[in-house]
Design a protein around this ligand. Structure first.
Ligand code: ZN
Ligand code: ZN
Length: 406
């Protein structure tokens, strides 16, 4: 039996008065997901345990059985660097970068006027400093990833991005007393100074200046972390897996676990992403893989914007395309699992510790009497309350791959 596992980012929500006190998921017309619930079993899942509010990264790790607080967690820098296409080596330090605009010593735009692409700067910003190789790779728009490769490095360093404009950028400081952290902070500050000079004089920025656009002349760092290879998903579960995602973080997450990345045209990671194309990709890769992870980012983005109608409409768009996958399940050899990685209530425009609905649909499932995919209906489901770490064991149980505990 094969698995299609869909994570709808930020799926859970709280009642919205304008939606008649329903959540966006409850208000959405979702006949297809409702049917999956009817043919399956549902419940509520707390990714890190009830009440804990996760970022997407730790939530995904926990749900896939990699415990970020007990075991190794690389933080966002290395995950996004993998997503940007870096091949990382053990001990590499990776950071997320925003190209920003600095003027008279102050940050005046954190995204350099949402510059379309920063690939043109890659080469000039990749060089060696005190025997450490700095390598920069462009991401989407103003984003990039930076890796530091060398000896005596530490990931225990501060960010220089304080998410504000009109202020001086912070200096990078060591977050622990080790020589490695002091050294890493020192060379990063040198790198910042040097790259600011290079960028100020770059022909591309001269062009931007002449056009009255924000220059991309300063680098903001965050999410610094150290890369370490971990046991792959394949080794851990004996399942050949692939990842279908649009956003760098989730592509990087898939790569970190050793999944194959399936690039889908139209999978933007944004609100305009092509859900149908992603599901078709899942369908066509089912022969080759045992476990297909499909990630959909948009509901989280709508949640952060407080756009409950947008969130509701996007959930309906997902639902419209579910028959593509249900057809596979009907053949009897596919388990469909749908859940979120956390709640992103529109009312608070941020993540919360509220549990998210989860459904398992397939021939081995012991059906419950539920027939609606929603927060409060799933709270009455046959699975009851589960935690993130219990999702993978339950999947293994349902596909007949769980080992007996002796
Ligand atoms: Zn998330
Ligand atoms: Zn979010």
């Amino acid at each position: 039996m094969k698995v299609i596992f869909i994570i709808i980012d930020g799926l859970g929500d709280r009642p919205v008065p304008e939606l008649g006190n329903k959540t966006p998921l409850e208000a959405a017309l979702t006949p297809n997901m409702d049917f999956l619930v009817k043919e399956g079993i549902c419940g509520m899942m707390s990714p890190l345990g009830l009440g804990f509010t996760p970022e997407s990264g730790p939530a995904h790790f926990e749900i896939f059985g990699y415990h970020p607080f007990q075991e190794f967690y690389p933080k966002r820098g290395p995950i996004e660097a993998l997503g940007a296409g870096f091949k990382l080596k053990d001990k590499d330090i990776a950071l997320r970068i925003n190209f920003a605009c600095l003027s008279n010593g102050k940050i005046i735009d954190r995204r350099a006027g949402r510059i379309k692409n920063v690939k043109i700067f890659e080469k000039d910003l990749s060089f060696c400093l005190e025997n450490v190789n700095f390598i920069l790779k462009a991401g989407t728009e103003h984003r990039a990833a930076l890796i530091l490769r060398g000896e005596n490095l530490s990931s225990e360093i501060s960010n220089n991005d304080i998410h504000k404009i009109g202020v001086k950028p912070k200096k990078i400081v060591p977050l622990e007393k080790s020589e490695q952290a002091k050294f890493t902070a020192k060379i990063l500050n040198q790198y910042l100074e040097k790259t600011h000079k290079i960028l100020k004089n770059h022909s591309e920025n001269k062009k931007r200046r002449n056009k009255g656009l924000f220059e991309a002349n300063y680098l903001l760092f965050r999410g610094g972390g150290r890369y370490k290879k971990v046991i792959s998903f394949k080794e851990k579960y004996e399942l050949k897996s692939c990842c279908i995602a649009g956003t760098g973080l989730y592509k990087g997450f898939g790569k970190f676990l050793g999944m194959d990345l399936i690039n889908v045209k139209g999978a933007t990671g944004g609100k305009d992403t092509d859900v149908k194309a992603k599901f078709i990709a899942a369908q066509s890769n089912l022969k080759k893989y045992d476990f297909i992870f499909v990630h959909l980012k948009a509901p989280d983005l709508f949640g952060h914007d407080g756009d409950f109608l947008g969130k509701k409409n996007f959930i309906e768009k997902i639902d419209k395309n579910i028959p593509l996958l249900r057809a596979l399940k009907n053949k009897g050899d596919v388990l469909l699992v749908i859940t979120g990685d956390h709640s992103t209530p529109c009312s608070i425009k941020d993540h919360s510790g509220d549990p998210v609905p989860i459904l398992f649909s397939g021939k081995t499932v012991r059906k419950d009497s539920n027939s609606k995919f929603g927060e409060r209906s799933c709270a009455k489901g046959g699975l009851g309350r589960i935690q993130g770490w219990q999702v993978m064991p339950q999947i293994l149980n349902l596909i007949g791959k769980q080992k007996i505990v002796e």
